[in-house]
Structure formats: C-alpha cells, structure tokens
Design a protein around this ligand. Structure first.
Ligand code: ADP
Ligand code: MG
Length: 380
C-alpha cells in the first residue's frame, strides 16, 4: 500500500480540533482534561505547555488514540476520530523514552510501521533509507538501540514516526531525557523536520524556553484546562493571567487592587497603563513587568512608574546583567540591564527603578498569596 498522495495544492498536514474534550480517569473525582477546546491548523507547530500533571499527555494520548475519550470530540480534517483505533488515525508519535524495539536494528525499527501497513519490500527499503537520511543517521542503519546514544535513539524514533507519511506528528516531551546541549541540537532538528515535512506537529513540553523557541502557537495548560492560546510573542507580551505571565519568562509581579486606573499594592501606587486593564477590571490584580522593560534610573516619561530600591545582587550574563533589587516597603524585583546602560551598580547600592506605563500588563490575580508580593519568577 503506497502512501496516499495528498490532493494537489492541499496542505500536507491535517487540522486537529478538540471540542469539549474531557478525560476522567477511573477512580478519579476530578477530570484530568476538562472540556478542552483547541483548534490546531493544518501544518502548524502547536505546543502544549504546562506544569507536570496539567493534562498535556492525557490530551495528546486522546488525540493519538492511546487513551479513551470520556466525552467530547476530536476532529482530524473535520472527521471525528475519537472512536478510531490508533493505527487507523495515521498519526506519528514520539515519546520521551524513545520506545524503540530493543531487539531490532535502527532500520528494522523504522521499517516496522511500514510492515504493519503491508508495504512491499522494495518500497520499505527505499523509504527507510530516506527516513534515515532525513535524521542524518544513514551510517547507523544496522546498529541496535543499545549501540546508539540517547540523541541518536531519539532520531530513530523520529524517523519511525514519520516514515509512513502521517498527516500529523505528536511528540510527548521528546527531548526530556536528553542533556541541555543535545536538547538544543535536537530542537533545531525538530524545527527543520517540521519545515521539510510540512505536516502538523503537536509538541508537549513543560519547558517554556523550548516552547518559545519552536512553536507557531502555544496552548498553556493548567489543571486540565487551557488558560491561553497564542503565538509566543502574544503569550509573552500579553499574558491573560498571572499564571501565564510567570510560567513564560521572568517577570516582576506587583499584586494589589485596582482603583481609579491605579494599582494599590499596599506599599506603593502604580500607573497601570492600558494593556490588559479591561480584562483585569477591578479587584485583585497583578501588574506584570518584564525585567527587560525595567530601567535603572528615574522613568523618563511623566506618569510613568519609579520605585526606590536597594540592589541585592548583580549577576553578569555576558550581553546583559541581571540586577536583583528589593523595593522599599515591598518585595524583590529584577532588572535586565543591557551591560553598562545603568552605570556601575553593586549590591547594597540605592537605586531608582523605573518603567513606562505601557510596559506593564495588568492581569487578574489568579494566584493571590501564592508568593509573597511582589515576587518575581525564579531567576533562570
Ligand atoms: P502532564 O502530561 O501535563 O504532566 P498528565 O496528562 O499525565 O499531565 O496527567 C494529568 C492528570 O491525570 C494528573 O493529575 C495525573 O495524575 C492524572 N493521570 C494521568 N494518567 C493517569 C492514569 N492512567 N490514571 C489515573 N490518573 C492519571
Ligand atoms: Mg506528560
């Protein structure tokens, strides 16, 4: 059975839609996935990002067909596939732990899905060779998994997942078991594969840097629900909640109450600007300011915010330095200072920290008292 060619001009990848997708595991009171709605466009690189236990794997496994759907629908190019067995969905899958057959060579592992689909021998040989080339493992066709490094094993797993020309590739923390350097090189490989194959990728990770680097769009999971879906820039610049703001990237968070267009933190009063203000409304809110938007010195524009602080630490990071501060009367903060612009500063110095009103994003405070206020996300 040769691969089904796509109609001319049709995208190589399938669209995937989840509608009120829900999973309640037997014996659980709470749903692991709770009425999730998500549209993944044909050919898109979509990342499911969230902390451990937030429902990412369960969602992916329901799409793959490894986990039964409790309720809701999954549409592949508009067709409901929620009741189809995994092999009939024709989706590639890559797991964190490689999951190669230990008694088969790299080539035999890659051939496996083709043999399952009763593809003829010459066709199998040709496509296995192509898949090995695709992941730069042409030399290693006859190696056993134990004779391959972790990174090479994961390349074999990638080749095996795409050899039958699936219309989407599902990846569950595929780089989670690799060290940082290898992870970064395989990230580039995965990005290249996505471009070359043109199919839809659904990529699960709990690593926000990985998500920002790879994705067309990211769905942020929290407690079995999706908190926000958007491009990396949208999530970073316009988070809808304190949870999203602190999960993606470093931030300074000032929690308080909105009154007359200002945020009262109990120890200072801040201009909120307009971003996110309507979403936050009135009541408990948090003003999020990214470290690169804080300046050492008095804010230039009238109506901007300036706070007095004491420097607690200066961390040199090459292209910039991270200046950690403690605001007078408040908590900790951090300034990402492009080397030199803030002048010489050292721990113990008294400084002014300023930012333009529009640099702050006001979000509903969905995590009151989760951290002493205002506490920045842990320095990474
Ligand atoms: P993630 O991949 O985001 O870490 P999971 O989808 O694995 O999250 O898990 C979501 C929730 O479902 C967690 O609370 C987890 O403990 C629970 N869970 C996952 N798998 C099972 C299972 N087979 N049986 C019961 N509960 C499960
Ligand atoms: Mg998981």
């Amino acid at each position: 059975m040769p691969e089904t060619p796509n109609a001319p001009g049709a995208p190589a990848g399938a669209s995937i839609e989840a509608e009120a997708l829900t999973k309640v595991y037997k014996g659980s009171a709470l749903p692991a996935v709770d009425a999730v709605d998500l549209t993944i466009h044909a050919g898109e690189f979509m990342t499911l990002l969230g902390p451990s236990g937030s429902g990412k794997t369960t969602t992916l496994n329901m799409i793959a067909g490894f986990e039964e759907v409790t309720s809701g629908r999954i549409l592949l190019d508009g067709d409901d596939i929620a009741r189809l067995p995994p092999y009939r969905r024709n989706l590639g899958m890559v797991f964190q732990n490689y999951a190669l057959f230990p008694h088969m060579t790299a080539a035999e592992n890659i051939a496996f899905p083709l043999r399952q689909r009763k593809v003829g021998r010459p066709e199998i040989d040709r496509r296995v060779r192509e898949a090995l080339e695709l992941v730069h493992l042409g030399e290693h066709a006859d190696r056993m998994p134990t004779q391959l490094s972790g990174g090479q094993q994961q390349r074999v797993a990638l080749a095996r997942a795409v050899v039958f020309a699936p219309r989407a590739l599902l990846l569950d923390e595929p780089l989670g078991a690799l060290d940082k350097k290898l992870r970064e090189s395989l990230q580039l490989e995965i990005a290249r594969l996505h471009t070359e194959l043109g199919i839809t990728f659904v990529f699960v990770t709990h690593d926000q840097e990985e998500a920002l680097a790879l994705s067309d769009r990211i769905a942020v999971f929290r407690d079995g629900r999706i908190e926000q879906v958007g491009t990396p820039a949208e999530l970073y610049e316009r988070p809808v909640s304190r949870f999203v703001a602190t999960f993606l990237g470093d931030s300074n968070v000032f929690a308080g109450t909105v009154r007359d267009g200002r945020l009262d933190t109990g120890w200072c009063s801040l201009t909120t600007g307009t971003a996110g203000a309507s979403a936050a409304g009135t009541g408990p809110a948090a003003l999020v300011v990214r470290p690169e938007n804080l300046r050492l010195g008095v804010a230039a524009d009238p109506g901007a915010n300036t706070l007095s602080a004491t420097v607690t630490d200066v961390v040199y990071q090459g292209a910039f330095r991270r200046v950690l501060v403690r605001f007078d009367g408040g908590g900790a903060g951090q300034v990402r200072d492009t080397a030199g612009t803030g002048g010489a500063v050292a721990a113990g110095d008294r400084v002014e920290v300023g930012w333009a009103a529009e640099a702050g994003v006001l979000v509903p405070d969905d995590e009151p008292a989760a951290t002493p206020e205002p506490e920045p996300a842990a320095a990474r």
